[in-house]
Design a protein around this ligand. Structure first.
Ligand code: AMP
Length: 392
């Protein structure tokens, strides 16, 4: 097996190779079969725009032999992903994900930690209807029995399956359980349940996961349709669903991929992780609460070139200190500068024109009360900082 390395000239933050994704996501998945943006670059190398992050993180973990220092590693990544899907609300061809991965921990508590992180994040963002859906996929020891039982069940129902599912029977039969075509859904409702086929180790893993969630008071749904069809996915799989986005109900998804590190040529190291859809998250948050646009605390109305030259360093200094300040670098009348400040919703306007420069004293106007206070220009940044600290 050839070892897969980062693309020449790419820092490990943005890796990705076709073979890597085919091997790690699986040849028989929608992503690899239909959705990858793959092209030959000018030097003839075959490249793929990454459709997900996990494969790339595992590749880096292996290439740099990080496991040799300490197999237990926790990573996060944030960035754009690319899939040639049919675009609709909540589904884009370029979208962003926040990923988290835990390597080297086989315990179900690591899965629970990830679910808790997601619930916590969504809670803090004010998303009230997000619910974890969980399932267990078993492991290479028990899943083949289930696969056989599923195929036996489907054998007499071929006529009811969509063309994709007929194909999936050969390549990836578990995926039939999450097919969205209504007839396939109806058919698979009566299918045998994976839970009944779990080996004792997988059963214990799943029970412990549920007990831990119960203990933490996290409500969840056991969802037998939550599947991934590839052998290196094992045991826990989960999704966080909301009703806020219509058909695209999943805001995050994840689970255990204990076999992937080995599949990509590394040692037998368990791993678990999740991906949040950043775009969906933003849409849900926007739907659930009004987000006020940021308004400047102070607008600097500097009249003329000399005043602008004097005031520009203040603008930079205020911004550096975390005070939202704005300024217009144009020769405008006081009236139009005030209009601009009003449009931005600035709370205060610092006025400096010829007179103020001569007196070394600016005027700070409170836009709400229209009160004006003189401000010594020498100490303008410190003064403003002090004032705004008091009024935060
Ligand atoms: P996946 O990598 O397919 O398990 O997806 C993880 C999460 O990424 C999903 O729960 C979605 O929130 C998000 N996601 C996946 N595909 C898309 C897409 N095409 N557009 C926007 N978000 C997506």
């Amino acid at each position: 097996m050839t070892s897969i390395r980062a693309i020449k000239g790419f820092k490990d933050i943005l890796p990705g190779e076709t073979e890597l994704f085919a091997r790690s996501i699986g040849e028989a998945t929608d992503i690899v079969e239909k959705e990858m943006y793959t092209f030959t670059d000018r030097s003839g190398d075959l490249l793929t725009m990454r459709p997900e992050a996990t494969a790339a993180v595992v590749r880096a973990y292996l290439q740099h032999k990080i496991y040799a220092q300490d197999p237990i590693q926790k990573y996060y990544t944030i960035g754009p992903m690319f899939r040639r899907e049919r675009p609709q609300k909540g589904r884009y061809r370029q979208f962003y994900q926040i990923n988290a991965e835990i390597f080297g921990v086989a315990s179900p508590y690591a899965d629970v930690q990830l679910i808790v992180m997601l619930v916590e994040l969504l809670g803090r963002l004010g998303v009230t209807d997000a619910k974890p859906h969980v399932n267990s996929l078993g492991c290479p020891a028990c899943r083949p029995d289930y696969r056989r039982a599923l195929l036996d069940f489907l054998a007499s129902r071929e006529a009811r399956l969509c063309p994709d599912c007929l194909r999936r029977r050969e390549t990836n039969p578990l995926r039939i359980l999450d097919c969205k075509v209504p007839r396939c859904r109806e058919t698979s409702l009566e299918a045998p349940e994976l839970a009944a086929f779990l080996c004792p180790e997988c059963r214990t893993h799943f029970d412990t996961l549920q007990q831990a969630l119960d203990e933490l008071g996290i409500a969840y749904v056991i969802d037998k349709r939550l599947v991934r069809g590839l052998d290196y996915y094992s045991r826990t799989t989960f999704e966080i669903q909301t009703t806020a986005l219509g058909a695209q109900s999943a805001v995050a998804g994840g689970g255990r991929y204990d076999g992937l590190v080995k599949t990509l040529g590394g040692p037998d190291i368990p791993a678990t992780g999740f991906a949040i859809g950043f775009d969906r998250l933003a849409e849900i948050v926007a739907a659930e609460r009004q987000i006020e646009p940021a308004v400047p605390k102070v607008f600097i109305a500097a009249l003329g070139a000399e005043a602008q030259a004097r005031a520009f360093p203040w603008l930079t200094a205020l911004n550096r200190r975390g005070i939202a300040a704005e300024m217009l670098f144009e020769d405008k009348s006081l009236k139009s500068l005030m209009k601009r400040a009003g449009k931005l919703g600035a709370r205060h306007v610092l006025i400096i024109g010829e007179n103020e420069l001569a007196a070394d004293t600016g005027q700070l106007r409170n836009m709400a009360t229209r009160e004006q206070t003189p401000l010594a220009l020498e100490r303008v940044v410190e003064e403003l900082q002090q004032r705004f600290r008091e009024t935060v």
